[in-house]
Design a protein around this ligand. Structure first.
Ligand code: ADP
Ligand code: MG
Length: 359
């Protein structure tokens, strides 16, 4: 009773009645914000443009990404979470601040002091965890809870993680791939690697350079990946034009590249992802493997949309693989579901066990 009184802050309680609770997918590539009863209201790249000299943030999100490659030398655009590590605490804070304020501008909430649930990569350290929580509080959150991205993704994808029968998510983002196998609300096996969509783009850049002496930018590589990339032979292979600069004579050059070549280019990162899934299954108790054979493996994240990835994984682990509905919004929708039924989820997930970690 005493501790209840201690933790009861009347002012926060009253402010809470007026502010919207906010779920945030702080992704390495994209940040999504969902608000109770309204769904996802923000979906922007996790980019911040800063003045190089002072490191003062100038623009965030879509506006910052637009500036890439078009700004004066003094302004650079960065992705503070690029590798799933919070390398730039102040910039991450500025980004969270911007998104939380934007929610309140859009919804015209009188007192922007929301309860916030933030999805973070499962591989982050405790120091990084504290950094995100502090950033959310500094950005105006009344309470900030962290949830591991694969847990939020699984909830968003509708996997029955509270049941005793096992379920499995593979969330492939820009910077990290997170694999988790659940039973009774806990993570039984988890794997996190810093190989995902960005690395595939880098693979394509390297391939074009090595094979064609063609220097292309990462955004060109990403466009090629989305338009014609694949992880398994396609029923109808495609071609796409890469535009860049010839490394020998320095002149602009375009090269037609086939989806077969792109597959070869992306193979190093795809192989790491497939091996990570395999390792996780190798570690899983046999009863749960039997459950997975029935339930299948669910893919989420932007990388889950790569053509033929289901077939590629299925072929190597012999378990059915399916892509979640709207895979890029699973984490944000999962964080939103946690807020909708906060008492339930905080009861079942709140524990010091690192595996659940809503705290
Ligand atoms: P994060 O959670 O790390 O922010 P996302 O889940 O938003 O990442 O996914 C971003 C990644 O997904 C990027 O590497 C992007 O290129 C890739 N991606 C997005 N759409 C597609 C697509 N249709 N096919 C292949 N890759 C895609
Ligand atoms: Mg993500």
């Amino acid at each position: 009773m005493f501790s209840f009184l201690n933790s009861f802050r009347p002012l926060d309680f009253i402010l809470g009645l007026f502010s919207q609770d906010v779920g945030i997918d702080l992704g390495t590539a994209n940040t999504l914000v969902s608000v109770r009863d309204r769904g996802i209201i923000i979906n922007e790249p996790s980019w911040v443009a800063i003045r190089k000299r002072t490191r003062e943030p100038l623009a965030v999100g879509a506006e910052a990404k637009e500036m890439v490659g078009r700004t004066p030398a003094d302004i650079i655009a960065i992705r503070p979470l690029r590798d799933g590590v919070i390398s730039e605490f102040e910039i991450t804070e500025a980004m969270l601040n911007y998104f939380i304020n934007k929610v309140h501008e859009q919804l015209l909430t009188p007192f922007p002091r929301p309860r916030v649930v933030v999805g973070i990569p499962a591989g982050v350290t405790e120091v990084e965890e504290r950094a995100v929580r502090d950033a959310a509080i500094a950005a105006g959150a009344r309470e900030a809870y962290l949830i591991e991205e694969p847990v939020a993704a699984a909830i968003g994808a509708g996997l029955p993680i509270m049941e005793s029968r096992g379920s499995m998510i593979v969330d492939i983002g820009g910077g990290t791939t997170e694999v988790a196998i659940f039973s009774m609300g806990g993570v039984v096996v988890r794997r996190s690697v810093r190989v995902a969509g960005d690395e595939m783009d880098e693979d394509i850049v390297a391939y074009a350079r090595n094979k064609y002496n063609l220097m292309i930018g990462e955004r060109m590589a990403e466009r090629a990946k989305i338009a014609a990339g694949s992880a398994f032979p396609l029923p109808e292979e495609r071609t796409i034009t890469l535009r860049g600069r010839n490394l020998i004579n320095g002149l602009p050059q375009s090269v037609e590249i086939s989806s077969i070549e792109l597959r070869e280019a992306m193979a190093p990162s795809i192989n790491v992802i497939v091996d990570t899934v395999k390792d996780a299954i190798d570690e899983t108790p046999p009863e749960l493997v039997a459950d997975l054979m029935e339930a299948g493996i669910c893919l989420a994240g932007g990388g889950g949309k790569i053509r033929g990835l289901e077939d590629r994984i299925e072929d190597s682990v012999k378990i059915r693989v399916w892509v979640a509905d709207d895979p890029m919004t699973c984490v944000a929708r999962g964080a939103g579901k946690v807020l909708e039924d906060f008492d339930y989820w905080s009861r079942v997930l709140a524990t010091d066990d690192r595996s659940r970690r809503l705290k």
